[in-house]
Structures are given as C-alpha cells and as structure tokens.
Design a protein around this ligand. Structure first.
Ligand code: PMV
Length: 321
C-alpha cells in the first residue's frame, strides 16, 4: 500500500509560543494562521516488511540522527493507533530554494495525511489535525486552507485546528524576505521553553493573545486589511519580546531583520501597505496587498542588496495525489 499526501505551510498571524504540555505539544494559547500556496511538502508512504522505518528527504536517505524526530513520531502514532507496521517515508519539500520557511508544519501535516491514507485510519480532519500536532504544533493548522485557528485544548483529544475561512476572498499576499537559510541555533521548542520559564512577560503574552485573537477574527470577518496587518505585526513583535526578556536573553533577529522592520515602517509612512511578521528565525515575512506588493519588493531590493524575496498567495488544505 502506497499513498502520497501534499500539505502546504502556514504563517501564523497570532503566534503559538509556549507549550503547557510537552508530550502532547499542547500550547498555552490558541493561535491563528494563513495557509500559503507556494511552499508545500509531498510525502509518499509505503508499508514495508521490516522492523525499521526508512526515511528519505529530497531523495536522500537520512541517517539515524537526522531521522530521530520522524522515527519518534512514527513510534507515537503506532502506539496511539495500536499497529505494528513500519514504513518507507519519501518526503520532498517544494520550498523554493531559500524561501526561508520552516518545513515542519507542511512536513508533519503531509506525513499525518499519508499515514491516515496508507493505514486507512479514516480520520476526519479534526482527528488529522490532532495527529499532525503530535509531530509539530504548527502542523495542526496546515490540514486546512486559508485562515485557521488552533484551539489550545487541554488534552490530546481537545487540541486541534479549525478552519475560519478556507477560501477567503481577501486581498492579502505574503512577501518572504530571506536573509539567512542556515538552520536556527535555538530550536523553537527550546526557545519556547526558555521564554515560558524565564520571561517575566510570559503571563502578559497569554492575556495579549486572547485579546488579539478576538480582534483579528473580527478584522478577518470585516476584511479590514489594515487591522489584520497591525495586529499580526504587534503580535509577532510581542513574541520576540519574550526572547529578549528571557534570562539569559536570546533573539532570532539578525541585523538585517531589524533593518527590514524599519523599511516596513518607512513604506507605511509613504502610504504603502506593508506589515511585518517573523517566526523563530531571522527572515521577515511582509504582509502586502496585490497593489502594494510590487512597490514593497522593489523598495526592499533597492535598500538591501543581499536578500531574496519570494511571493506567496493564500493556499489550500491537505490534498492526496
Ligand atoms: O510548530 P513549531 O514547534 O515549529 O513552532 C512554531 C512556532 C512559530 O512558527 C514561531 C509560531 C507559529 O505559530 O507557527
């Protein structure tokens, strides 16, 4: 039995930052994202007659060290669904070279989908979101297209993503500005743990997310682009304030990250629609409209010579191919 699933990555407008339960990857807060069309993962799964899983990434077989996270995940799934089968997992990431996106969201969503199909588990999308979350928190949201909210919940069964609007008719485009493609020194898991344990502002973050979620959902319903941009940018900066206020402090920002944040503000002063959001790395994603996109891209390329930009539109949920 062989099946292939395709899942797209997503960008959080209200970030997930902090786990209240590590084993089940249960977050302290809900989060909200937009699925993107340019960056996706195809995962082909085959049941094999072996007591070991084989994993390849972009046509290269991974060694035991590189595999670890996927093998642990497959063990968890075998326990959860009480089966013994082992798999050959062939994963191809279609992330344009240097798009600056982490592939764990699309990767674990595609893997969860491929397991569901191959093992004929007949999971609905809520159950699939739970299965994906067990690989990577943000993967829970990549089961759906468009605007998606991940409900924090308080157990494995109650923590899953729900679609808000899978095909929004809204004029938003994302410009990813890539500064650095090296893998991050502080993983999101460690970054979250340090922030939760040592930032004096962490309790405020939990309160802030609750109010910004309400506001952004209203703005999405009203298609209030400016409000969506303002809330997303403020939420991202507040997340990064948790890293700077951790003890010892750390940051994912590079000097160019700060320069791009300044540029985004300069663009707004010129009346051009642009808002910044940043995940656990130095690259900046700029929320644009179709109208502002070209101006933003041109301005960035004029100001900074050593960056790449990649455009993404709104993407769809998981597919089987
Ligand atoms: O899913 P993880 O464990 O890679 O964490 C993702 C964390 C952020 O990208 C910074 C925020 C988010 O909600 O996607």
């Amino acid at each position: 039995m062989t099946r292939t699933a395709r899942a797209f990555t997503n960008i959080a407008l209200i970030k997930y930052w902090g786990k209240k339960n590590k084993q089940w990857k249960l977050p302290y807060t809900n989060s909200l994202s937009l699925t993107l069309d340019r960056f996706y993962t195809d995962t082909k799964l085959t049941i094999i007659d072996s007591d070991k899983d084989i994993v390849s990434l972009n046509h290269k077989i991974l060694n035991d060290q590189e595999n670890k996270r996927i093998l642990n995940y497959l063990d968890t799934v075998r326990k959860l669904y009480s089966f013994e089968d082992h798999f050959q997992v062939d994963t191809v990431n279609h992330v344009p070279t240097s798009a600056g996106f982490a592939s764990s969201a699309s990767g674990f969503a595609a893997l969860a989908g491929a397991i569901n199909e191959t093992k004929q588990l007949n999971l609905n999308r809520q159950e699939l979101s739970i299965l994906a979350r067990n690989g990577s928190g943000s993967a829970s949201r990549s089961i759906y297209g468009g605007f998606v909210e991940w409900i924090a919940g308080d157990s494995n069964e109650t923590s899953f993503a729900k679609p808000i609007d899978e095909t929004p008719k809204i004029d938003l485009v994302l410009l990813s500005v890539v500064i650095n493609q090296q893998s991050k020194k502080i993983s999101s898991t460690n970054g979250m743990e340090n922030s939760v344990k040592t930032s004096p502002f962490y309790p405020n973050w939990v309160t802030l997310v609750a109010s910004e979620l309400q506001e952004i959902k209203q703005a999405i319903a009203k298609k209030d682009l400016q409000k969506i941009g303002e809330i997303a940018e403020h939420n991202a900066m507040s997340m990064h304030a948790l890293t700077l206020s951790a003890n010892p402090s750390f940051t994912y920002f590079a000097p160019e990250t700060i320069r791009i944040i300044q540029i985004v503000k300069e663009l707004r002063q010129k009346g051009i629609f642009a808002y910044a959001t940043i995940d656990a790395g130095p690259n900046v994603k700029i929320i644009c409209t179709k109208e502002s996109l070209e101006k933003v891209q041109t301005y960035i390329e004029q100001q900074l010579s050593n960056v790449n930009t990649v455009i993404a539109n709104i993407g769809s949920g998981i597919q089987y191919i």
